[in-house]
Design a protein around this ligand. Structure first.
Ligand SMILES: *[C@@H]1O[C@H](CO)[C@@H](O)[C@H](O)[C@H]1NC(C)=O
Ligand SMILES: *[C@@H]1O[C@H](CO)[C@@H](O)[C@H](O)[C@H]1NC(C)=O
Ligand SMILES: *[C@@H]1O[C@H](CO)[C@@H](O)[C@H](O)[C@H]1NC(C)=O
Ligand SMILES: *[C@@H]1O[C@H](CO)[C@@H](O)[C@H](O)[C@H]1NC(C)=O
Ligand SMILES: *[C@@H]1O[C@H](CO)[C@@H](O)[C@H](O)[C@H]1NC(C)=O
Ligand SMILES: *[C@@H]1O[C@H](CO)[C@@H](O)[C@H](O)[C@H]1NC(C)=O
Ligand SMILES: *[C@@H]1O[C@H](CO)[C@@H](O)[C@H](O)[C@H]1NC(C)=O
Ligand SMILES: *[C@@H]1O[C@H](CO)[C@@H](O)[C@H](O)[C@H]1NC(C)=O
Ligand SMILES: *[C@@H]1O[C@H](CO)[C@@H](O)[C@H](O)[C@H]1NC(C)=O
Ligand SMILES: *[C@@H]1O[C@H](CO)[C@@H](O)[C@H](O)[C@H]1NC(C)=O
Ligand SMILES: *[C@@H]1O[C@H](CO)[C@@H](O)[C@H](O)[C@H]1NC(C)=O
Ligand SMILES: *[C@@H]1O[C@H](CO)[C@@H](O)[C@H](O)[C@H]1NC(C)=O
Length: 836
């Protein structure tokens, strides 16, 4: 016991995750003696990022090295850590200042570490702060090497889009309430907003939109302009600029005008007035984000005006202040009809925007989601990137895992992002990587970059999940340099977040790098989209919701075939939106990569892939493989016990255990669905075969009744059991015929929103465990909850190493609570190594 204590003395018992990758945890091991003995921050104004840099350096030296170092605004360069702008260095040190201005562009910095002398020179104050964070990141990772380098951003736009609503909720928020708003107003306590800005500046994010794209017009009334002004005040010391989403109809709703026509003089004057009010309060306001004519939002098309006229309306009053408009390309206001083989929502962006190329003002940036539909597990790069050579463009990513497990599944996203960023569009048959289009390099555009939807909330973990924070960190790092290696970035994050112990770094690295491929394996394969329920929570499986709707995310699955025919020759024509070489590749089944086959082609389930498997057998194999990988994450994480502080260890283990169970649900739902559709058996005999599973409905029931689940594929045998009323108790029992031995006993049940049923499990009177289905009601799992018995509420609890005797009577007693009738699906009695 004493040995154990000594060994892990360096580990705090509990870390909440609130400091994320800026923990400044004490380094153990050899620390060089040549370290700066003072800190000089060349601006003492408290709202200055250079001042902030001085404070961070002090905090970092204290935390990482246990060294107390004083900060001043004047001093010598030798044996100091000096931070400031090129101009401030020049002013303070004259000819002995580093002469580096020629190497820097806006927001760039130069860092020189030579033993105890450290110089951090920003092109501007924000750049100087970035340089201080870079130096601290080196120290926190135990990197004391001498370095001297300049670094500059790939692009000027490195934004965050928040989807926070004025009432304090967050659209697709899985980590608690807004850190900006409550009850229609800006929070009075902006401590967490300031902490968030600190995290953002450390990854070189330079602006954040704070309100949802489905904007509330009240955001720009006089009270709230003052309120968001206070957010800008807490952002400013971190060099993060504030931006706002706008509601196109505000002139009517707030201004009392009879129109919001972008060419109307009254409307133009209205927006001029709002813009002036904002700049009066927020002189460094970054600009607007506009979602118009999309999913029911108002926009210029209502008045038969073009999207360019709509964008320019906002752009013009911003010009004198240097502000910009981010205009979303996610526009589709005509809902397609599936009976039309040629209809395709994916065509909308190019159809609407390409004809307007050249008509957008210089301070407008068209913000394009990575794929043509909506943040699916795999999509081809949006062809719009190839179609706007005379328009500024930016890439829209999601750190928020809306369709990708909602932060209860580990899915490290950069490998997905890279499939788009590194894609060569071959514009005019020349190399045209998406990443070079968005930085402005390919078409010589001055403005460009990226925005990521980030759903941080008031939870101490920010995202609800510790491991999901790697996506936020990596987004910032990549937005600065799109050529960085996804795994190297992840490892930096891991060292900063969990410490430098090699096993911790390698385990988290292995799990994270395997996570997106695993998620794709157990959700939608071959470019078929994620197969989430698109009509409800976007969380669990429900493939039939994609078809027979106006949302245009069709799979066109029937009894023999599946996939969207997006060819020019016989389909929707979408493949023709790419430049010639790419269009030719996607036009033919033979040259389309397997992983996008069903995106571009409608084929039989028996179609052979390049891998040699058929489409249907690929579905089966991928799903078993994906669920297996998710199960292995649990054991990998358990191997870190004692190497990660207890609180974060337990919280991550809880989520990985959930993911492993939900991955089995996904696997079974999807394979059963397509087995049912195609009637084609799994060559390996797994689908529908569950030798270790006991269906709840086949047990002896007392106070429980069978319940037919919809959609059928999310319950084993399509049936669950529920208590006879939602105020009573039920019992399900069965005699086990398995050989005596040690098993893991798993119970699949449903955790609905609006009730916390309680359960107990026993074997011949010996209690195995008790639990309460309260993870969604208490926010322990922050995914969008469901009030139904379905693929979102389906969950599993596992009791490990249970001694089971042949002939034991397994009994579950469930007590209903609220709307939740203690629903049970099945019990698995699993020998070691079996995932089912
Ligand atoms: C110091 O910071 C303040 C606030 O950011 C800024 O207004 C001022 O120009 C800075 N001073 C110098 C010398 O750069
Ligand atoms: C700074 O460096 C540039 C070359 O990058 C050189 O032209 C200039 O003379 C230098 N200025 C001083 C003051 O040394
Ligand atoms: C230390 O940091 C520098 C600057 O980021 C980097 O170039 C170098 O590879 C790092 N060294 C090690 C051992 O990580
Ligand atoms: C602005 O809107 C908020 C609701 O979001 C409301 O509470 C406040 O009173 C409004 N202010 C004015 C001046 O109308
Ligand atoms: C403001 O919020 C922070 C973070 O939640 C909290 O620690 C602090 O006590 C709050 N301050 C006030 C005055 O409520
Ligand atoms: C905006 O319009 C209001 C009402 O017409 C007026 O009182 C105010 O001065 C205007 N503000 C600016 C900055 O133009
Ligand atoms: C827009 O054009 C359509 C048809 O071209 C017409 O029916 C409609 O009335 C027009 N709307 C407005 C607001 O002008
Ligand atoms: C061509 O399109 C029709 C629908 O118009 C479809 O039924 C048919 O399967 C397609 N043919 C091929 C070869 O994909
Ligand atoms: C580009 O390549 C396509 C397909 O290989 C070819 O048809 C076309 O003529 C080429 N265009 C140019 C501008 O070279
Ligand atoms: C697809 O299956 C249908 C029905 O079984 C069959 O008629 C058709 O020939 C098949 N198509 C191909 C390309 O194999
Ligand atoms: C915050 O997140 C943790 C970890 O996921 C969870 O246990 C906790 O219940 C959450 N709390 C709230 C209030 O959302
Ligand atoms: C039982 O469930 C129904 C709806 O399913 C609900 O209306 C009722 O309030 C629930 N009873 C209790 C005690 O919560």
């Amino acid at each position: 016991m004493i040995l154990k204590l000594l060994l892990f003395a360096g580990l705090a018992a509990a870390e909440t995750g609130r400091d994320a990758w800026l923990r400044y945890a004490r380094l153990t091991g050899h620390i060089p003696s040549a370290l700066p003995s003072s800190i000089v921050a060349l601006n003492s104004s408290t709202s200055s990022p250079v001042h902030t840099a001085g404070q961070e350096l002090q905090k970092g030296f204290s935390g990482i090295l246990g060294k107390q170092v004083a900060v001043s605004s004047t001093g010598k360069q030798a044996s100091s850590a000096v931070v400031g702008t090129v101009a401030q260095f020049q002013k303070a040190f004259g000819s002995s200042a580093p002469n580096v201005s020629a190497e820097l562009i806006e927001d760039g910095f130069w860092l020189s570490v030579k033993g105890s002398t450290v110089q951090i020179v920003g092109q501007n104050e924000r750049g100087a702060l970035y340089g201080a964070f870079e130096y601290l990141s080196m120290l926190a990772q135990g990197n004391f090497t001498n370095v001297e380098f300049a670094t500059n951003p790939a692009a000027p736009i490195r934004w965050i889009n928040s989807w926070d609503n004025m009432d304090g909720s967050i659209t697709r928020g899985f980590g608690g309430a807004s850190v900006f708003f409550a009850d229609g107003l800006v929070l009075s306590n902006l401590t967490r907003a300031a902490e968030y800005a600190r995290l953002l500046s450390s990854i070189r994010i330079n602006a954040a939109v704070v309100n949802d794209v489905n904007a509330d017009f009240h955001t720009v009334n006089s009270t709230n302009i003052q309120g968001v002004g206070r957010i800008a005040d807490v952002f400013r010391p971190y060099g993060v600029q504030l931006a706002l989403s706008l509601d196109f109809a505000t002139p009517m709703e707030l201004g009392g005008l009879s129109t919001y026509d972008p060419l109307d003089d009254g409307v133009i004057a209205f927006w001029g007035n709002i813009t002036e009010q904002i700049y009066d309060r927020i002189p460094d306001f970054a600009g607007y984000l506009v979602k118009a004519d999309s999913e029911g939002t108002p926009g210029p098309l209502v008045y038969n005006r073009t999207l360019a006229q709509g964008a320019n309306l906002f752009a013009r009053p911003l010009v004198p202040h240097g502000g910009i408009v981010m205009y979303r390309a996610f526009v589709y206001n005509q809902l397609p009809n599936e009976s039309d083989w040629q209809a395709d929502r994916a065509n909308a962006a190019v159809n609407l925007f390409a004809p307007l190329d050249g008509q957008f003002d210089d301070n407008v940036v068209v913000q394009i989601k990575y794929g043509p539909i909506d943040f699916q597990v795999r999509e081809p790069a949006s062809p719009l990137f190839a179609n706007l050579p005379q328009t500024n463009v930016a890439l829209e990513l999601q750190v928020c895992q809306e369709y990708l497990g909602q932060q209860t599944h580990l899915v490290y996203l950069p490998p997905l992002w890279r499939t788009v960023l590194d894609f060569d569009l071959r514009v005019q048959n020349e190399t045209s990587l998406v990443r070079d289009v968005i930085t402005g390099e390919r078409f010589n555009r001055r403005l460009g970059g990226s925005a990521a939807v980030v759903n941080v909330g008031a939870n101490e973990t920010w995202l609800g999940s510790h491991l999901a924070m790697s996506n936020l960190y990596a987004y910032g790092r990549l937005a600065w340099d799109w050529s960085l290696d996804s795994e190297a970035v992840l490892q930096d994050w891991t060292r900063l977040t969990f410490g430098t112990e090699p096993t911790v770094v390698s385990t988290i690295s292995t799990m994270s790098m395997a996570s997106w491929p695993a998620y794709e394996n157990y959700s939608g394969n071959l470019g078929e989209q994620t197969l989430n329920d698109i009509l409800y929570t976007h969380f669990g499986p429900n493939p039939q919701t994609l078809d027979n709707t106006v949302w245009g995310q069709w799979t066109r699955a029937d009894h023999t075939s599946i996939g969207m025919d997006r060819t020019v020759s016989n389909g929707t024509g979408f493949s023709g939106q790419y430049p010639a070489e790419v269009a030719a590749m996607f036009e033919s089944v033979e040259t389309t990569p397997d992983n996008l086959l069903l995106w571009f082609h409608h084929v039989n389930y028996t179609q052979k892939l390049k891998s040699g498997d058929t489409v249907i057998q690929h579905f089966y194999d991928a799903h078993y493989e994906g669920a297996q990988t998710a199960a292995e994450f649990v054991g990998m994480w358990e191997g870190l016990e004692g190497k990660v502080d207890e609180q974060r260890f337990d919280e991550v283990l809880y989520r990985q255990t959930f993911q492993a169970g939900h991955a089995i649900l996904w696997r079974d739902a999807i394979v059963n669905f397509y087995h049912n559709a195609s009637g084609i058996a799994d060559e390996k005999g797994r689908v529908g075969t569950h030798p270790w599973r006991i269906e709840a409905e086949s047990m002896e029931l007392d106070g429980y009744v069978p319940y037919v689940v919809s959609p059928f594929e999310v319950a084993s045998g399509a049936t669950a059991i529920v208590t006879a009323t939602n105020t009573t108790t039920g019992t399900a029992s069965t005699t086990l015929g398995f050989p005596s031995g040690t098993y893991d006993v798993a119970v699949n049940y449903f955790d609905m929103f609006g009730g916390n049923s309680s359960y107990s499990l026993s074997l011949s009177g010996r209690t195995v465990g008790t639990w309460v289905g309260n993870a969604v009601d208490t926010g322990k799992l922050g995914h969008t909850p469901s009030i139904y018995i379905d693929g979102h509420s389906a969950t599993r609890i596992t009791f490990k190493g249970v001694s089971v005797r042949k002939g034991d009577v397994l009994k579950i007693v469930g007590r209903a609570d609220g709307v939740e009738p203690a629903p049970l699906d099945y019990v698995s009695v699993l020998p070691a190594g079996v995932v089912d």
